[in-house]
Design a protein around this ligand. Structure first.
Ligand code: FMN
Length: 361
């Protein structure tokens, strides 16, 4: 049964024909950091989704830490995205861009000349990251952001959001999850500041709220959402005793801005200990816009969680990589084809646009 999953629902100013959302997924096919025809094809093939959320997209050169990820801060990148949004809209779909400022998760070899690796505090993430030039490299120590750097970064999210609307996107998802810049401010492991951007719950949520407020003022709150991953440990973050209170305060503040959606990642599906179901329930109650669930879903689990009122929409990640016609398959109850992790981030068509459409597994 997928009756609720395949029924329409409202998300901000959009009405989605079904509740199946394509989760944001970095695919590293943007050679030169510019969206291209291959990416337009990939997204258009998945236009049956109620809503597509793009891969993480850098709002600025400082926010572009990975190789071959796209940006949305130059005219050329904006024009590349126009091809993508036109292709998705021509197939009857809807698409929002995920703005991902990578903060301390980056490497100079992946970044454009003049770009800086910035973060709330000068604390390197443990672990390594891929560079096309030298393979895996340790995460460097980032530069601690000044007040001016913080104001600049907020401005970059605003400029990128304006470019997104000009490029034909239906809205913007702020990446507040998985250990990137916004999450680096939320988390005590990466945020050691003693000024108004660190320390208390209110101070640590300030960056997320100020970004959301500025972007909402620029393009309208009904076109803005945010992704969160409470209790996530990805990119060397760690939960602390105030974490539940922090997310509750964050969602109350975002609710007062009237933004369109919150996208809740169940980090249990990403290998971290699962947060208590009571937290998700409390967050859902604190926020009155649309609530998107994600992490380890199939059709049956999605339908059950929607029926239980846990959320309004369900985002599918890996199933969308290998099943471009995911909605048709869910409707038919057809088996899903597994995705091949070997080609998640490799350049070119293989493992990207060569998964067959149609109902075959
Ligand atoms: C190849 C790949 C790339 C991803 N890139 C992003 C990303 O750019 N932004 C993001 O918020 N999450 C990213 N994720 C996480 C997914 O959006 C999703 O949360 C995760 O895959 C769990 O959902 P699933 O079980 O339906 O796959 C990525 C996941 C995968 C597999």
């Amino acid at each position: 049964m997928t009756d609720i999953l395949l029924s329409p629902g409202k998300l901000g100013r959009l009405t989605l024909p079904n509740r199946v959302v394509m989760a944001p997924m970095t695919r590293s096919r943007a050679i030169g950091n510019v969206p291209n025809d291959l990416m337009a094809r990939y997204y258009a093939e998945r236009a049956g989704a109620g809503l597509i959320i793009t891969e993480g997209v850098a709002p600025s050169a400082d926010g572009l830490g990975y190789p071959r990820i796209p940006g949305i801060f130059t005219d050329e990148q904006q024009a590349g995205w126009r091809k993508v949004t036109d292709a998705v809209h021509a197939k009857g779909g809807r698409i929002v861009v995920q703005l991902m400022h990578t903060g301390r998760i980056g490497h100079p070899d992946n970044m454009l000349p003049g770009a800086r690796l910035v973060a709330p505090s000068a604390v390197a993430a443990a672990g390594q990251m891929w560079t096309d030039q030298k393979g895996l490299q340790d995460h460097p120590v980032p530069v601690e952001m000044t007040e001016a750097d913080i104001a600049k970064a907020i401005g970059e999210y605003v400029d990128a959001s304006r470019r997104a609307i000009a490029a034909g996107f239906d809205g913007v998802e702020l990446h507040g999850a998985n250990g990137y810049l916004i999450d680096q401010f939320l988390n005590t492991k990466s945020n050691r500041r003693a000024d108004r951007w660190g320390g208390s719950v209110e101070n640590r949520t300030r960056f997320a709220v100020e970004v959301a407020k500025a972007v909402a003022a620029a393009i309208g709150p009904d076109r803005v959402g945010i992704r969160i991953s409470p209790h996530g440990v990805y990119n060397d973050l760690a939960p602390d005793a105030e974490m539940d209170a922090l997310y509750l305060a964050l969602l109350r503040a975002l609710d007062s801005l009237g933004i369109a959606f919150v996208h809740f990642v169940n980090v249990g599906a990403m290998g971290a200990p699962e947060p208590k179901p009571a937290l998700r329930k409390a967050l859902r109650e604190a926020f009155h816009g649309a609530f998107i669930l994600n992490g380890g879903y199939d059709g049956a689990k999605a339908e059950a969680d929607l029926a239980a009122g846990a959320g309004d929409f369900v985002a599918f990640g890996k199933p969308f990589i290998s099943n471009p016609d995911l909605v048709a398959k869910l409707k038919a109850g057809a088996p899903l084809r597994p995705a091949d992790p070997e080609t998640f981030f490799t350049p070119g068509e293989r493992g990207y646009t060569d998964y067959p459409a149609g109902l075959a597994a």
